[in-house]
Ligand binder design. Structure first.
Ligand code: NAD
Length: 455
């Protein structure tokens, strides 16, 4: 195991030298990140394919292109984001200067997950760099090819004394968490999120937790069911369902269910042909353990479509299950696989009650052309984010914060929110020293009297 204390000490020295506070240095590091993505797109595609058999287009879209846009946005906006902000002044501070400075935290730890193994370490890293921090990144051991590639590429492109990669699993992460960081950014399960939170609390380290959960999709009879099926199933099947904001289950009436299943069959055959297993466009489950876990969730369920699987290849066919009861195993945990249970509800209100009886989801999907029903969901449910009439796509809208609430996480990032996440917002009041100004201060100075109390 590498000496983690020495790594952190190196980063602390670099941070103390002030090098990362220089905006030109940050810009150069962000430009180096851009080159890393551009010059290694095919290695990234190959590594992610090795880990997840993820199709090339999915990796280009969700890892490489996503990251390029992310860092381009940072490069373009960095100088304005790093300028001191000038908040509104109240009467009492009219003659003073009121400033809000974005100050880096210092040395930060970024822990990634395996399902989008490149993006989930580099997207937070770009925010950490932009905000002027030093960082250790810890990719997931469950996606070893991606982890190895990250460990090879980072030292080639980024400053070696400011940014380090630590590979490894629970033991390495636990060792890192014993050390003091100035910020921890974690992506992964809610269970491990609690471990991170406890470890951070020992040092009073602020954290962002990007967690998961069961994200519902509600579909009503006012929408074009074929469009809804395309969008729900794309969200469910991209990366074989191993997406934190995949629609986990569907809420709809019995009559919408029948139409949805017919449309779903058409969608899936258009996406993957009749032999889905042979399609190059459908990924595999990441590990034997996760394969067994997802298969077990289907025990005792009524399959309306799909159900084919192959443990050798860790292939699970996109599958729709019906007559699902809230007490069924499949409704107890995040599925993280290409299985779509349908739970019947009678109305939007019924769906809202169902959602509110559970933990707050990372994403909520509402397919409806009834504005009043959409508003009912927006006003009466709580979730990390909402996407109306589509799934997953809110993730790529860089002007929106991405993050969870309650059990699905805390804090958010993407675009400017990444910069803000890794910045301490330091309020600064610069008082005027004019004689006239001093007269106005008199009310707070002793000796006190009745008229000063009224001021
Ligand atoms: P994972 O197994 O890759 O774990 C994530 C990280 O936690 C890894 O780096 C791992 O080494 C570390 N880790 C695991 N166990 C640990 C322990 N006991 N102590 C310390 N560190 C530990 O990923 P996962 O947890 O299986 O990820 C899947 C979950 O992540 C799902 O719930 C998914 O919804 C969620 N997720 C959320 C987002 C998001 O942006 N909100 C993105 C992707 C995944």
């Amino acid at each position: 195991m590498p000496n983690h204390s020495e790594l952190v000490a190196t980063l602390r020295n670099s941070y103390s030298s002030g090098v990362t506070k220089n905006v030109t240095f940050r810009l150069n590091q962000l430009k180096a990140l851009l080159r890393l993505y551009e010059e290694n797109a095919s290695q990234i595609v190959a590594a992610v394919a090795q880990d997840l058999r993820k199709p090339k287009n999915e990796t280009l879209l969700s890892e490489v292109d996503y990251l390029k846009n992310d860092v381009l946005n940072m490069i373009y906006n960095l100088s304005s984001w790093t300028e001191p902000e000038k908040p509104e002044k109240t009467l009492i501070n009219m003659m003073d200067e009121v400033l809000l400075l974005s100050e880096p935290y210092g040395v930060v730890l970024i822990i990634g997950a395996w399902n989008y193994p490149i993006q989930l370490v580099f997207a937070p890293l770009s925010g950490a760099i932009a905000a002027g921090n030093c960082a250790i990144i810890k990719p997931s051991e469950i996606s070893p090819a991606s982890s190895k590639l990250i460990a090879e590429l980072v030292p080639k492109y980024l400053d070696n004394d400011c940014y380090k990669v630590v590979e490894g699993g629970v033991a390495e992460t636990t060792a890192l968490l014993n050390l003091r960081f100035d910020y921890i950014f974690y992506t992964g399960s809610t269970h491990v999120g609690k471990i991170i939170s406890e470890a951070a609390a020992k040092h009073l380290t602020p954290i962002t937790l990007e967690l998961g959960g069961k994200s519902p999709a509600y579909v009503d009879d006012s929408v074009d069911i074929e469009i809804a099926a395309n969008r729900v199933l794309w969200g469910k099947c991209v990366n074989a369902g191993q997406t934190c904001i995949a629609p986990d289950y569907l809420l709809c009436t019995k009559s919408v269910q029948e139409k949805f299943i017919e449309a779903a069959k058409k969608t899936l055959s258009q996406f993957y042909g009749e032999k889905i297993k042979q399609s190059p466009d459908f990924a595999r489950i990441v590990s034997d353990g996760h394969f067994k876990r997802v298969m077990k969730l289907m025990d005792g369920t009524k399959i309306a479509y799909g159900g084919d699987h192959d443990s050798e290849e860790r292939y699970i066919q996109p599958t729709i299950v019906v007559d699902v009861k809230p007490t069924d195993l499949i409704m107890q945990e995040e599925i993280f696989g290409p299985i779509l249970p349908i739970v019947n509800v009678d109305s939007a209100v019924d769906a809202i009650n169902f959602i509110n009886a559970r933990e707050k989801p990372l994403a909520l999907y509402v397919f409806s052309n009834k504005k009043s029903d959409v508003n009912l969901f927006l006003k009466n449910t709580s979730s990390g984010g909402v996407c109306v009439n589509d799934t997953v796509m809110h993730f790529a809208c860089e002007s929106l914060p991405f993050g969870g609430v309650g059990n699905s996480g805390m804090g958010a990032y993407h675009g400017k929110f990444s910069f803000d996440t890794f910045s301490h917002k330091k309020g600064v009041l610069v008082k005027n020293t004019k004689k006239f100004g001093e007269k106005m201060q008199n009310a707070r100075y002793p000796p006190y009297n009745e008229s000063k109390a009224k001021f």
